[in-house]
Design a protein around this ligand. Structure first.
Ligand code: SF4
Length: 430
């Protein structure tokens, strides 16, 4: 990362740090922390059973469930659903053309049916993990990022890795962002946050008018109710959930016993990620849109999605160290990490940033990827664990991965001369 980007990132992180300082010392939040640690531990220990019961209840709620062993399989399932849904839309449009007596209307509908497939997406670490945007772009499908920070990075086109899970563009200042937007949207807006927000919002909403499929991650999936919890501040996930088809991708670690547990988790995540007790929106999805307002007869497809698909992603989680799965994705660990402070998002893997990202890389792919993502950058200071709401033992995980990685030959070559010096002179120095 460039120096000025690191400076802006540090400033953004400091603002968040100050905003949440008082809340973090609240005894109520400390109690909540203990509660969530228990929920996460129990959920991970009983993962298979929870998934089994949840899937039954999700299916009872008309939510389709698929399992994907890795990112490729998840992407293939998503592509298949998109193609099927797009064919249905095309058939529907063509029927409309055949029925229409107006040539003009026929032309409009036909051209609409031939347009590029466009999918609306929300911010999600899991979607970043499977690199869905890159995959769909390779299939000629256009993805529209709806989160403001993600959309800015998407319009930036190059060098656009996020720097924080909930504030992806934290490293860009208002002047850089205005420049990116003006270049991409051919506008002349000032370097002013409100003006930028308005321009991006207008452009995204225009594009969403042609979208029939929304794709999101999930914050939790509840076993008892067969519900999916999504938390957000911008309202974009609400828009996506109103599209004809809503595809949700979530790791097997997202299953927890009940909605009450999900609320506790969401509250803690919000406090640590944003410094607020709650996000602006919490969507609980427990099935496609329906109504029984006429003679109590059930009618499907009112305003919301008529098809909801949940893709349950393993991608190495089932063989991962269970301590790695306790994470709730708040991003707090990178705020105080001295390595992240020095090098930014070069320390981490994809959208999994910092030490935790290094640990994730090892089970999502292998130790070589961990090594390439900065396995040996870590100072083992343990600050990430101290600042983690669920005390994820990142340092211990990194030490274990280093030991394995070293055995496989993935270690900094400079370590060899240090070892030789110790063997010959009893000191690491020349
Ligand atoms: S490891 Fe802890 S601090 Fe880091 S993102 Fe996960 S829950 Fe948050």
């Amino acid at each position: 990362m460039r120096d000025e980007e690191l400076k802006t990132m540090r400033k953004s992180f400091q603002t968040l740090f100050n905003r949440r300082k008082q809340l973090l010392n609240d005894p109520e939040i400390k109690n909540l922390q203990e509660k969530v640690i228990e929920i996460r531990k129990n959920s991970i220990n009983n993962n298979e059973e929870l998934i089994q019961i949840a899937c039954q209840n999700l299916k009872n709620n008309d939510i389709e469930c698929y399992f994907a062993k890795d990112g490729n399989e998840a992407n293939d399932i998503i592509l298949k659903i998109i193609k099927e849904e797009n064919n249905k839309i095309k058939t529907h449009s063509n029927t409309k053309i055949a029925k229409s007596k107006s040539n003009t209307l026929g032309k409009i509908s036909k051209s609409k049916s031939n347009t590029l497939i466009r999918i609306a997406k929300s911010k999600s670490n899991t979607l970043g993990e499977i690199a869905i945007s890159k995959f769909l772009a390779s299939q000629n499908i256009e993805i529209i990022e709806t989160d403001l920070g993600d959309r800015i990075l998407q319009l930036k086109k190059t060098d656009n890795k996020p720097t924080h899970p909930t504030g992806p563009a934290s490293h860009l200042d208002v002047h850089q962002i205005a420049k990116i937007i003006n270049n991409a949207l051919k506008t002349k807006i000032e370097a002013n946050p409100k003006a930028i927000m308005k321009a991006v919002k207008g452009d995204v909403l225009k594009k969403l008018a042609n979208c029939e499929i929304g794709i999101t991650g999930a914050n939790a999936i509840t076993c008892k109710e067969g519900s999916i919890l999504l938390i957000h501040n911008e309202g974009n996930i609400s828009l996506l959930s109103l599209m004809k088809t809503h595809i949700i991708v979530a790791g097997i670690d997202k299953f927890i016993p009940s909605l009450e547990d999900a609320m506790s988790l969401a509250k803690l995540e919000s406090v640590y990620a944003t410094g607020k007790l709650t996000t602006s929106y919490m969507n609980i999805i427990s099935g496609p849109s329906k109504t029984a307002d006429i003679e109590k007869k059930l009618l499907k497809n009112m305003y919301g999605a008529s098809k909801i698909v949940l893709i349950i992603l393993d991608n190495g989680r089932s063989i991962a160290n269970s301590e790695c799965l306790i994470c709730i994705g708040c991003g707090s660990c990178i705020l105080t990490c001295p390595v992240y402070d020095a090098v930014g998002n070069e320390f981490g893997f994809n959208s999994y940033l910092g030490g935790r990202g290094i640990a994730m890389a090892s089970f999502i792919e292998d130790d070589e990827l961990s090594f390439k993502s900065g396995l040996f950058y870590c100072t083992l200071c343990g600050l990430c664990t101290i600042n983690c709401p669920v005390s994820m033992p990142t340092r211990e995980l990194i030490e274990k991965i280093r030991a394995n990685s070293q055995k496989q030959g993935f270690y900094p070559r400079s370590h060899e001369s240090i070892r030789e010096n110790i063997q010959k002179k009893g000191s690491p120095y020349e």
